[in-house]
Design a binder for this molecule. Structure first.
Ligand code: SAM
Ligand code: SF4
Length: 305
């Protein structure tokens, strides 16, 4: 469906779990008790979003792979949508066969450092589990893209991460840290680009997946992406809506406006009425976020990044 600014909204980012086994310092979490959407609630929403014109669903969290009934969720959503997943990779090794079974072939794997100590400083977790997950996924021939949120601890590692990805022939994207929830300082895009100078990157017009990354190619032919929501605003082409783990529909990550889908499902069983409310909420998606001017008080784990 189209919003009132003419953007085709066909992509849903769905957080299925507010819990996480990592504790990345830039990933805010305000609340402790969250009742995640149940499988039944997700079933109703899957049908409604399909009728609304959503084609792609990215499953995220918190950490989606630690939700017990994730296989059932994947089975449910694979009926109506192309699905992809974003994970910290710590449980990927156990999951590669299940992901393959439900045609979840596009995996965004967060990898913020290749140095055990720095990785621990950023995530409070173990690097080796993530690297084992990556290895297993590549063996299963899943399409992996690496995501690295650039911050004060890992900025020096950018060249090393690019060489690592090039060796494995997988794309790597550097994400500008967003000021969500707390006062986290982001590294300026100019500094990120300076660390990439030696790779003689050439801009390329490719779309790998449905995200907002701008891509470059190294002289060895490997893709390097930049996702810079602050420095390179991509709101004009944003095709995305978000549903938080407790069922709040957010038309924009940078705005606190949302509607409560769980409450809506309890209030009415009329499909027409539900669709009408969803349509008018999506139509009202703001033209652009205001994250450059102020911090956004959203919860990254509930909202899924
Ligand atoms: N746990 C999974 C993971 O880390 O990949 C999925 C959820 S996580 C919230 C989704 C993405 O958001 C990850 O790539 C994560 O690094 C990124 N992220 C978290 N906090 C961020 C922030 N403040 N700015 C930019 N990206 C952030
Ligand atoms: Fe967990 Fe992902 Fe947030 Fe890190 S970024 S704490 S792995 S949800």
């Amino acid at each position: 469906m189209y919003d009132k600014h003419g953007r085709n909204i066909n992509y849903l980012r769905l957080s299925v779990n507010s819990k996480c086994n990592f504790d990345c310092f830039f990933c805010s979490s305000n609340r402790t008790i969250i009742h995640e959407l149940t499988l039944n609630e997700l079933k109703s929403l899957s049908e409604l979003f399909s009728l609304l014109g959503i084609e792609h669903v990215r499953i995220t969290g918190g950490e989606p792979l630690i939700r017990q009934d994730l296989p059932q969720i994947l089975e449910l959503f694979s009926k109506n949508f192309h699905i992809s997943i974003t994970t910290n990779g710590s449980h990927l090794k156990e999951f590669v066969k299940i992901l393959s079974k439900f045609h979840v072939r596009n995996i965004n794997l967060s990898l913020h450092s290749l140095d055990e100590e720095i990785f621990y400083k950023i995530t409070k977790a173990k690097l080796s589990d993530v690297l084992d997950g990556l290895k297993a996924a590549l063996k299963e021939k899943l399409n992996i893209k690496l995501n690295c949120v650039v911050n004060r601890y890992n900025v020096e590692e950018i060249p090393n991460l690019v060489r690592f990805a090039s060796k494995l022939k997988i794309p790597i994207r550097f994400i500008e840290l967003m000021p969500i929830g707390q006062n986290n300082e982001s590294i300026p895009l100019s500094e990120i680009m300076k660390r990439l100078e030696s790779f003689e990157l050439k801009p390329v017009n490719v779309k790998l997946g449905f995200g907002p990354a701008s891509y470059y190619v190294t002289k060895n032919g490997n893709y390097v992406g930049i996702i810079a929501a602050l420095s390179k605003n991509f709101c004009s082409s944003c095709n995305k809506i978000r549903v938080s783990s407790e069922g709040k529909l957010y038309p924009c990550l940078g705005s606190s406006f949302c509607i409560d889908l769980r409450e809506l499902l309890n209030r009415t069983s009329s499909k027409e009425e539900l669709l009408m409310i969803l349509r008018s909420t999506v139509e009202s998606k703001p033209l652009r976020h205001n994250m450059n001017e102020s911090f956004v008080q959203s919860d990254m784990r509930e909202l899924g990044g």
